[in-house]
Design a binder for this molecule. Structure first.
Ligand code: BGC
Length: 544
């Protein structure tokens, strides 16, 4: 090597070193290893101690700054634009199902319903008695732990079949063993490209599930029936619905005016009953022309979790979560609001607080080192703790994540503030997303009413404006999921944000009644299994 070349190499080396040092000084968080328990001497945090209160103030500022009504309205507008664009062309969200008919409440029968949720598998027998009444006759619930989530391809379906087998044996040893296959309705809590009311092609699954590895594009009903056949069980999957659609169907069985539903548990989603004419034709795949003739509306699985990217601001802890996720950027809204992630966001704040603000006397409990080790149920317990010094939740924390010392009252006060901040932001972002969906729904209504529909020679659109009592824009949203229905105060906070948002919108549009509660969140418990049963009942009643 010539001397000139050697000098050039040395110059490059020095320039690279200077650039690296500059980046470290400007963005120390990028070099922080979230899995360390204590800061090392080369760690910037080692030299920068701060108080727990000052860190809690910063967390509060960063998480709640975007939650002013005007800013939330602006974010809702941007999300509505994302939803509109996806309605025309996306292959992974705003997915039209095959369910056009909503139940009348008169459907009857007893059906086997399967609910594959983000953390539980439920196999149940549901009885629809007509007149909008239904009952769960038998249910077997099995947690889906991390090991099961990691089962790839058909191994997951074999695991499912073994549980269907066990549940059927508990009810009646003959069920599923006779010559006529047992009719099953399935509620599936993951994206799916539906190809008929009882078939659909797998799309990548979120929530840490690996079962779509090697099975993307395969037919879901067939994967289940074949796994059952391997256990000598004969079942026919007669209806497949996303859990969001199941929620809509279960509520519509009781209240036929229902047009929208929301899930917020391990994951999040909304389903809407939406005019077919407002959806891009390419999104319907190969459906016979006759399908469109009889279908003014269809239930759309919005996969709302996938929206909000580049709209909803991220904090540095969200950025770490996203960067280290199996599927970065796949479900931006979900990563900030659902049961699977709220605990992880708080854990990442805890890791920083241990390093920089002497939380837990500067020692991270060993069990908290692993990603996703801080369960969202702990956040709920800390927020709900009625004891003045938070001793009840401190004991729970020490039990689940033992440290050398029990958490001090100041540690618990810090944690409570962080949990409240993280869950409030989740309620605010969820309200923003719901508001964007409500606006989209109103857009469709407005289009149906627009003068363009009365242009001579142009056939009027087959869009039915839903008659609702009182204000025509008011809407009841059927909601289910552990976070929205069980996390302390969550639904009330979300409702309060929704009221602020609709008030803000009403103030800017004279046509709307300025009464604040235009959107109501109404709990629809057990909706996945009930809705799966309703879906089979509709499918059976539509069979020629
Ligand atoms: C899935 C949706 C599901 C939602 C609620 C999301 O992660 O992508 O399909 O409906 O969770 O369970």
């Amino acid at each position: 090597m010539t001397l000139a070349k050697l000098l050039r190499r040395l110059q490059d080396l020095v320039a690279n070193l200077v650039a690296a040092l500059e980046t470290m000084l400007l963005f120390p968080a990028l070099f922080r290893d979230p899995f360390r328990t204590r800061p090392g001497p080369f760690h910037s945090a080692y030299w920068r101690r701060r108080s727990l209160d000052s860190l809690a103030d910063e967390v509060d500022r960063l998480f709640t700054a975007p939650l002013t009504p005007p800013n939330m309205c602006a974010m809702s507008d941007q999300m509505r634009a994302q939803l509109s664009a996806a309605l025309q062309s996306s292959q992974i969200n705003m997915l039209p199902s095959y369910t056009r008919t909503l139940p009348t409440g008169a459907e009857t029968g007893t059906f086997l319903a399967l609910d594959v949720g983000g953390s539980t598998l439920r196999v149940s027998l549901v009885h629809l008695a007509g007149q909008g009444t239904m009952a769960i006759r038998h249910v077997a619930s099995t947690p889906i732990d991390e090991e099961v989530k990691l089962l790839e391809g058909t191994r997951f379906f074999d695991w499912m079949a073994s549980h269907i087998d066990t549940m059927l044996a508990e009810v009646d040893a003959e069920d599923g063993r006779g010559p006529v296959p047992l009719s099953v309705g399935l509620s599936w809590s993951f994206p799916l490209e539906q190809t008929s009311h009882n078939t659909g092609l797998l799309i990548h699954m979120g929530k840490g599930f690996m079962c779509s590895t090697g099975t993307v594009g395969q037919e879901l009903g067939q994967l289940i029936t074949e796994a059952c056949r391997r256990r000598n069980l004969s079942v026919a999957v007669d209806a497949i619905v996303n859990d969001g659609s199941a929620t809509l169907l279960s509520r519509a069985y009781v209240d036929p005016t229902t047009r929208m539903s929301l899930i917020l548990g391990t994951g999040t989603n909304m389903a809407i009953h939406y005019p077919v004419d407002c959806i891009g034709r390419a999104k319907f795949g190969d459906r016979p022309p006759a399908w469109f003739e009889g279908a003014p509306h269809v239930i759309v699985n919005t996969e709302m979790s996938m929206f909000g990217g580049a709209v909803l601001p991220l904090t540095r802890w969200d950025e770490i979560l996203n960067r280290t996720h199996l599927r970065p950027d796949y479900q931006p809204l979900e990563y900030m609001i659902t049961g699977r992630y709220l605990g992880e966001i708080v854990r990442l704040v805890i890791v920083e607080a241990v390093e920089t603000a002497h939380l837990f006397r500067g020692e991270l409990p060993h069990s908290m080192r692993d990603a996703y080790s801080f369960d969202t149920s702990l956040l709920a317990a800390i927020e709900a703790d009625p004891s003045p010094q938070l001793t009840i939740s401190a004991a729970l924390l020490q039990k689940e994540h033992p440290g050398t010392h029990a958490p001090r009252p100041e540690d618990m006060r810090f944690l409570r503030r962080v949990c409240q901040t993280v869950s409030r932001r989740a309620a605010g972002y969820l309200a923003t997303a719901i508001h964007s969906m409500w606006s989209l729904h109103n857009d469709a209504d407005a289009e149906a009413e627009s003068p363009a529909d009365t242009v001579p020679g142009k056939a009027p659109k087959q869009v039915t404006v839903i008659e609702r009592e009182g204000n025509p824009r008011s809407l009841s949203i059927a909601c289910d999921g552990s976070v929205i229905n069980k996390y302390p105060g969550f639904r009330d906070h979300c409702q309060a944000y929704l009221d602020q948002l609709t008030h803000e919108t009403a103030a800017s549009r004279e046509s709307l009644d300025p009464s604040p509660s235009l959107i109501h969140l109404d709990p629809a418990p057990e909706s996945a299994i009930l809705g799966a049963a309703v879906a089979v009942a509709i499918a059976v009643s539509e069979q020629p």
